[in-house]
Design a protein around this ligand. Structure first.
Ligand SMILES: [Zn+2]
Ligand SMILES: [Zn+2]
Length: 342
């Protein structure tokens, strides 16, 4: 099968992903083999490729927003049938036995595996995954539209939940890439007012088009104090600015897996029972709940399609803020467009 391999982490400008022909994987007990139609490109992939996250497997195939169809079942796998359309996300497996899994916090599992990082991901024609960690994809979405929902969407949704925001609330977004462009649609559906701070003017325009009350530069103060804010950009210097925009009791959620160092700041910014929390991975429940809400709205993702062989170019564009919405790699020929249910 064709796959994009990362042998050693390096800056994306040096094109570290190599397209190669390799042996396809075979599904182990309880796993499904999935023929990949497309795979979303996430900033976490860039962190893996450039070595911001410590390498766990070499070579590794990145990609954790996989949409495809079940091709073959491993022993004892019976949740899906061959031909079923499914999605594979970041949480590849959790042990189910550690103290975190036992309290329903499998996102914090002590022995997890992650798609496209600790195990091979979806920048390839075929992928295997445990059937219990695979999602049915709602019919409302075409393949390319569904791919960004599987990480950008799910993590944005978990961030929204952790922010504690509710109807009529004022919510800040810092950075307006793939996750924010999906999360704003959920926030608007919940009747939340969104204030978008991002350095890129095209991203500010997209935020306004998607219903933001206000869009401005990263360090411009929003016109009103915020009940909560989510930092999607991986830049630690945003944290003090975002705290300064919060009302008393406000929550600041950090949505990324990696962030540059956070500069020191005055305790006054935190005083008043403001709090900061990170979002670590996702539970299957987050994914299932989000996909149901996404189909109900229905979420419209804006995607920029690249062929699998141009994964380096797609990641480079992401690094340079040149993607409006989400980048998606097309791996197989376009599947017939899904017909939404009447
Ligand atoms: Zn666990
Ligand atoms: Zn991701």
């Amino acid at each position: 099968m064709k796959a994009c391999l990362l042998r050693a982490a390096a800056p994306i400008e040096t094109h570290p992903l190599e397209c190669a022909e390799i042996e396809p994987p075979s599904p182990a007990k309880g796993e499904v083999l999935v023929r990949v139609h497309c795979c979303g490109v996430c900033r976490t992939d860039l962190h893996v490729v450039e070595g911001d996250l410590p390498p766990k497997k070499s070579p590794v195939i990145p990609g954790h927003q996989v949409v495809g169809v079940v091709e073959r079942l491993g022993e004892d796998a019976r949740r899906f049938l061959p031909g079923d359309r499914v999605g594979i996300a970041w949480l590849h497996h959790a042990d189910g036995t550690c103290r975190y899994c036992q309290i329903g916090a499998e996102n914090l599992c002590d022995n997890p595996s992650f798609t496209g990082y600790t195990v091979d991901g979806g920048y390839a024609e075929l992928i295997v995954a445990p059937e219990e960690f695979v999602y049915p994809i709602p019919r409302a979405f075409a393949d390319e539209q569904a791919a960004p929902l599987l990480c950008a969407g799910i993590i944005g949704f978990r961030s929204l939940r952790l922010s504690g925001i509710g109807p009529g609330g004022r919510l800040g977004f810092y950075g307006f890439g793939a996750a924010a462009h999906v999360a704003i649609q959920v926030a608007r559906h919940w009747n939340v007012k969104v204030y978008a701070s991002t350095r890129d003017e095209r991203h500010q325009r997209l935020a306004r088009e998607l219903g933001a009350e206000w869009a401005g530069g990263t360090f411009d103060a929003p016109p009103e104090k915020l009940d909560a804010a989510i930092v999607f950009a991986p830049a630690g210097e945003i944290v003090p600015a975002a705290l300064a925009a919060l009302c008393k009791g406000g929550t600041l959620v950090l949505g990324g897996i990696h962030m540059s160092p956070i500069p020191s700041f005055s305790y006054d910014l935190l005083w008043g029972e403001r709090r900061i929390l990170s979002v670590a991975n996702n539970t299957r429940r987050d994914g299932e709940d989000f996909l149901a809400v996404a189909a109900e709205i229905p979420i419209q993702t804006r995607v920029q399609i690249f062929p699998l062989a141009e994964a380096n170019r797609a990641l480079n564009a992401l690094k340079n803020d040149a993607i409006e919405g989400a980048a998606v790699l097309r791996v197989a020929q376009p599947a017939p467009v899904a017909v939404p249910r009447p």
